[in-house]
Design a protein around this ligand. Structure first.
Ligand SMILES: NC(=O)C1=CN([C@@H]2O[C@H](COP(=O)(O)OP(=O)(O)OC[C@H]3O[C@@H](n4cnc5c(N)ncnc54)[C@H](OP(=O)(O)O)[C@@H]3O)[C@@H](O)[C@H]2O)C=CC1
Ligand SMILES: CC(C)(CO)C(=O)C(=O)O
Length: 320
């Protein structure tokens, strides 16, 4: 099938290049001008694995306004804050026969996708695949080839032939997809993992492998897991994991799967960009409020991340 990636950043490049290398036709569309300019100027993307073996991979990249393709499947991987703009600028390229796949972190993206794609054509998921964009046109795939994995779930929870074909092609691309039929429970399980690993590693500027060795890691994680599970129970969401399995998933990711990874939220904070915390810890807190429950630790952490964002932007000279 033919794929077009919308959002050719770290994860968009990872998915698109792995599919391209597996023999599928892939184009890339981005709203980030510097990325398009760098890729065009150097005739491709520099790809490394764990910081080594940097090599140039040719790709087709355009802005939405310049793109003319008609893919079978869109793969959407923007940051949550960029999605509305990316979809609006690309809307002339969408049609009723196309499917859309996304494994963005946080929550908020599905409603935006549904403004352009029928829920029967929306396939979401979660990616345990760590990737770093060093800068425009330069991406680092973290972890050994084939090490990451993902969950795939239809918004309508009814996998059709097209879904099975996408899963088959993603398997050929070494993305290790696992099909589930619990939409909210699959997505929220990843939101909870990110609400622990991404947020705490970002606050302290540490890698996941460092966080998990801290004597307080289990206590901190379990407090956040418990609050998030309390919210989901009130919202009627049956999570994919039990509380204990969620903690084990965090331990496995941090100890074994990606100990050297700075989560994507840290990468944003480090480069003075806004983070996705409102779509992760903030989403959990806001969902709880709808059911008269305050996930106050998630709210406190969300506000700490915002304080850190603010302090990064703050000019101390303004105090003089
Ligand atoms: N990276 C990862 O390991 C994982 C990420 N995800 C999720 O996937 C989605 C896409 O995230 P991801 O692919 O990480 O993000 P991107 O790599 O797409 O983010 C890149 C964006 O950041 C901005 N940017 C500006 N300057 C730089 C720079 N020097 N280096 C890098 N980026 C710059 C640009 O937007 P602008 O100029 O407008 O700020 C650019 O479009 C998110 O929802 C994320 O949470 C999920 C699993 C793993
Ligand atoms: C790779 C992983 C799972 C780490 O939490 C992630 O989702 C991220 O970096 O945003």
């Amino acid at each position: 099938m033919k794929y077009t990636v919308l959002g050719a950043g770290a994860m968009g490049l990872r998915y698109g290049i792995l599919l391209q290398e597996a023999g599928f036709e892939v184009d890339f569309v981005d709203i980030w001008d510097k990325q398009i300019a760098a890729v065009k100027q150097q005739n491709g993307v520099f790809v490394s694995r764990d910081g080594a073996n940097k090599h140039l991979v040719p790709i087709n990249i355009s802005s939405p306004e310049d793109y003319q393709g008609d893919p079978d499947v869109w793969i959407v991987f923007t940051k949550q804050m960029q999605l509305a703009d990316a979809l609006k600028r690309s809307q002339h390229l969408f049609n009723d026969k196309q499917y859309v796949v996304t494994a963005m972190n946080g929550m908020g993206h599905i409603e935006k996708l549904n403004q352009y794609f029928d829920s029967n054509k929306v396939i979401s998921g979660t990616a345990m695949i760590a990737t770093v964009l060093n800068g425009p046109g330069d991406v680092d795939f973290m972890g050994a080839s084939g090490a990451g994995s993902m969950n795939v779930v239809n918004q309508n929870e009814k996998p059709d032939e097209m879904t099975k074909k996408i899963v088959e092609e993603f398997s050929k691309a070494n993305l290790n997809p696992k099909l589930t039929t619990n939409f909210q429970g699959t997505l929220m399980a990843k939101v909870i993992l990110n609400s622990v690993c991404n947020t705490l590693c970002t606050m302290f500027g540490i890698k996941m492998g460092e966080f998990i060795q801290a004597p307080t890691a289990e206590k901190l994680s379990k407090q956040l897991i418990d609050e998030a599970f309390d919210v989901c129970e009130r919202a009627g969401i049956t999570l994919l994991n039990t509380r204990e399995q969620e903690w084990q998933a965090i331990k496995y990711a941090s100890t074994t799967a990606m100990p050297l990874h700075f989560p994507s939220m840290y990468q944003d904070m480090d480069k003075n960009r806004p983070t996705e915390v409102d779509y992760i810890n903030g989403y959990i807190y806001d969902l709880g409020l709808k059911y008269h429950y305050e996930a106050s630790t998630h709210d406190f952490l969300r506000n700490l991340v915002h304080l850190a964002e603010f302090s990064k932007d703050f000019d101390p000279k303004s105090l003089l």
